[in-house]
Write a protein that binds this ligand. Structure first.
Ligand code: PLP
Length: 360
């Protein structure tokens, strides 16, 4: 068995989280957001596990092509739209439905795709202003577009900006019979009035909470990613010895130091603050010293039975990625997206007899 770190993808958890989305938004279709390699979980295995979704969303044309090459036949929406003629033609060839956020895209809009027309209701990233939106909606009416907007503050459940964005979008869509789409994960969970015809969950499908200070489990979600590594050495250090780059951590007692084969070169954040934990032998152990590229060190003094070869969870079902993100001063999105290419992705699937097995 390799000592290299790996992420395990729990396809059952993905499906359970999709069911949770459907329970929260029973009248909406689900556009499962799988951009950025399915938030680092692996584009194709995630799309296969989520075949029960009504469609997929990616950020870029190339991601959509990758789905088609893997034989995914669902509607695929390209959230960033196309930028030039070549990308527009690729959308046509691969039946990728582009987001229209700029009038300059119109001359290139291919025939056999369904446009999603994006209104900028206040986020001021991509999207059309009122006048351009109205004009393009009426011009593309025969193509049955989906009308969409994106919410900037849906994770702040008491922020009035969300209701204001929804009101503005609703007013603009009045009188049209076209489908509408506004809701990301936070809006699906906190703003039922935003659901519309298509919801666009990303983070929650992976079992992660979009709300600071709340875990996915509290929201009825199951983490789909387990980031695991192995303990490859155990050292006995006398009091006063320093550990790692800069000697940043000094043993205050005779210490059993564990060395784990994972570091920022694998996507584990170097920024974690003292008292960040890993999960080993059925409980937590603190990370000590600086995280380096390939290794990190943990204090195993209170874990006398643990020997090299032991499995370590860096985040996953036993250690919420939300918590590690908070320890690193970031959000869980960046951690799951940041697992690097050298980390193996292994899919776990319930086999006939109920046992779990890897099948990469
Ligand atoms: C990424 C994205 C989503 C999904 O957001 P989550 O917060 O991950 O649910 C939805 N809509 C658009 C336009 C996006 O870019």
């Amino acid at each position: 068995m390799s000592a290299n770190p790996r992420i395990l993808l729990d396809a059952d958890a993905l499906r359970a989280n999709l069911a949770r989305v459907r329970a929260l938004a029973p009248r909406a279709k689900v556009l499962a957001v799988v951009k950025a390699d399915a938030y680092g979980h692996g584009l194709v295995p995630v799309a296969r596990a989520l075949a029960g979704a009504d469609g997929f969303a990616v950020a870029r044309v190339a991601e959509g092509i990758a789905l088609r090459r893997a034989g995914i036949g669902h509607p695929v929406v390209v959230l960033g739209g196309f930028f030039d003629r070549g990308e527009a033609e690729a959308c046509g060839r691969h039946r990728l439905d582009p987001v229209i956020h700029d009038p300059d895209q119109l001359p290139w809009l291919p025939e056999d795709v369904r446009p999603w027309i994006k209104f900028d209701s206040g986020m001021h990233r991509l999207g059309l202003g009122e006048a351009a939106f109205r004009k393009i909606v009426s011009r593309l009416a025969p193509r049955r577009p989906v009308l969409m907007t994106h919410l900037a503050c849906a994770d702040e459940t008491d922020n009035p900006a969300t209701a204001e964005q929804l009101r503005h979008f609703g007013r603009l869509c009045e009188g049209t019979a076209f489908e509408r789409s506004c809701a990301n994960s936070a809006a699906i969970l906190a703003w039922p009035q935003s659901h519309g015809d298509w919801v666009r969950p990303g983070l929650m499908l992976y079992g992660i909470s979009p709300f600071p200070g709340r875990s996915g489990a509290e929201l009825g979600l199951r983490p789909a990613m387990a980031f695991r590594a192995r303990l490859i050495a155990v050292r006995e250090l006398p009091t006063g010895e320093a550990v790692g780059y800069g000697g940043a951590w000094v043993a205050r007692r005779p210490t059993r130091l564990g060395v784990v084969a994972a570091g920022y070169g694998d996507g584990y954040p170097r920024e974690v603050q003292p008292e960040t934990s890993v999960w080993i032998g059925g409980r937590r152990a603190p990370v000590v010293g600086r995280v380096s590229m390939d290794l990190l060190t943990v204090d195993l003094t209170d874990h006398p039975g643990i020997a090299p070869g032991a499995e370590v969870e860096l985040w996953g079902p036993n250690l919420p990625v939300e918590e590690i993100a908070a320890c690193a001063g970031t959000i869980p999105y960046t951690l799951v997206c940041g697992v690097t290419a050298r980390v193996a992705r292994i899919e776990t699937e319930r086999s006939e007899d109920g046992a779990r097995q890897g099948c990469l």
